[in-house]
Design a protein around this ligand. Structure first.
Ligand code: 13P
Ligand code: SF4
Length: 317
C-alpha cells in the first residue's frame, strides 16, 4: 500500500469512529499502526474489561475472532465488528466441541476451566474461563479438593500444574506461534547478550519456559520490560508487543525470539496480521463484518466469563 493511502485511511478512521461513536480495541499483537489508532490496546483480559465497560454504540475489534466474540458476549446490546472474519486462532481451533464434550464426559466430577482462546461453543461447556494474566489466580480460587479439566492449551496447562500443584487434566491443544520458538536459537542469543532477560509467554513449550527469566501474559511481559533494570530482552511471544515495549522505553533493546524454522516468519500470528488499516477503514464504512451470536449459546458462554470477571475484579487483576 502507498504511504498516501495509509495516511488517508488513518485520517478517515479517526473521523468515522467519532461520527459513528465506535470504540476501537486492539490486541498487542496487531501492527504498530493499528495499535496507535486504537482507543485501547491491551491483553485479552484488559480488552474484555474494556468491552464490558465502554459507552460506545459499536466496538470494532482489531484482534482475532474469539476476542471479538468475548466482547459481544459481554456487551450483547452493542454492535461488535471485526475487520476480517477469517481472523481465527490455531489454539482455539485445536479444540472442537464434540471431542471436548466427550473429554468432559469421560472425566466426570472435574471443574472445567478454559482459556479465553476458545471458540464460543467451548466456553458454553465451561465452568469458568481464564486468561494468561489471571490463570493461576483462577485455579487457586477453586476449592483445594476440586479436580480440574483445563483446555485447550497444553503448555499453559502444564505451566499451571507446576505453579499450583493441582490435579489438572490438560487438553492437548497448542498455538502454532508459541510452539515455534527455537530453544537453541534463544540460547545462542543469550551467549551473544549474556545480560539479556529471556521473557516468555506461558503458551511456549516447557524447554523454552525453563530457561525464562520471566513468564507472563503480554501485559505482564510489557510491565516487566518497563520495570526491569536490564537493557536487553529476548522476547518469546508474538513480536507485535515489542511496539509497546519500545514506546515505553526506547533506550532498551528488544530482540524477538527466533522461530525453529528461520525461513517461515512464523513468530508472527498470521491470524492477527489479517487485520489491516485498510480493512479497519472498510469495516467502519460498511459496519460489517459483524459478530452475530445466537442468544442461547451467548447466555451459556457468558456465565463462565462473568465468573472470571468477578474473581479478577476481587483480586484486582
Ligand atoms: P494475552 O492474553 O497474554 O494477551 O494472550 C493472548 C494470546 O492470544 C496469546 O497468544
Ligand atoms: Fe491464537 Fe496463537 Fe495467534 Fe494467540 S498467537 S491469537 S493463541 S494463534
Amino acid at each position: 500500500m502507498k504511504e498516501t493511502d495509509q495516511t488517508y485511511y488513518i485520517s478517515e478512521i479517526k473521523k468515522l469512529k467519532r461520527k459513528k461513536n465506535v470504540v476501537i480495541l486492539a490486541h498487542y499483537y496487531q501492527t504498530g499502526e493499528i495499535q496507535d489508532i486504537a482507543d485501547f490496546t491491551g491483553d485479552s483480559l484488559a480488552l474484555s474489561q474494556q468491552a464490558a465497560a465502554t459507552n460506545a454504540d459499536t466496538i470494532l475489534f482489531a484482534g482475532v475472532r474469539f476476542m471479538a466474540e468475548t466482547a459481544k458476549i459481554l456487551s450483547p446490546q452493542k454492535k461488535v465488528l471485526i475487520p476480517d472474519m477469517m481472523a481465527g486462532c490455531s489454539l482455539a481451533d485445536s479444540c472442537n466441541p464434540e471431542d471436548f464434550s466427550k473429554f468432559i464426559d469421560d472425566n466426570p466430577g472435574r471443574t472445567v476451566v478454559t482459556y479465553v482462546n476458545t471458540n464460543i461453543d467451548i466456553k458454553a461447556l465451561s465452568d469458568i474461563v481464564c486468561t494468561s494474566s489471571n490463570a493461576i489466580q483462577i485455579i487457586e480460587s477453586l476449592d483445594s479438593e476440586e479436580k480440574i479439566i483445563f483446555g485447550p492449551d497444553r503448555n499453559l496447562g502444564n505451566y499451571l500444574i507446576n505453579k499450583t500443584g493441582r490435579d489438572i487434566l490438560v487438553w492437548n491443544g497448542a498455538c502454532h506461534v508459541h510452539e515455534e520458538f527455537s530453544l537453541e536459537a534463544i540460547l545462542r542469543l543469550k551467549e551473544e547478550y549474556p545480560d539479556a532477560q529471556v521473557i516468555v509467554h506461558p503458551e511456549c513449550e516447557s524447554p523454552v519456559r525453563m530457561i525464562a527469566d520471566f513468564i507472563g501474559s503480554t501485559s505482564a511481559l510489557l510491565k516487566f520490560t518497563r520495570e526491569n533494570k536490564s537493557s536487553t530482552f529476548i522476547v518469546a511471544t508474538e513480536p507485535g508487543i515489542i511496539h509497546q515495549m519500545k514506546k515505553a522505553d526506547p533506550s532498551k533493546k528488544y530482540i524477538p525470539a527466533p522461530p525453529k524454522d528461520s525461513t517461515c516468519g512464523c513468530s508472527e500470528c498470521n491470524f492477527m496480521k489479517l487485520i489491516t488499516i485498510e480493512k479497519i477503514y472498510r469495516c467502519l464504512m460498511d459496519e460489517k463484518p459483524e459478530i452475530i451470536i445466537n442468544n442461547d449459546i451467548l447466555v451459556r458462554a457468558r456465565k463462565p466469563i462473568l465468573r472470571m470477571m468477578e474473581i479478577s475484579e476481587k483480586l484486582g487483576k
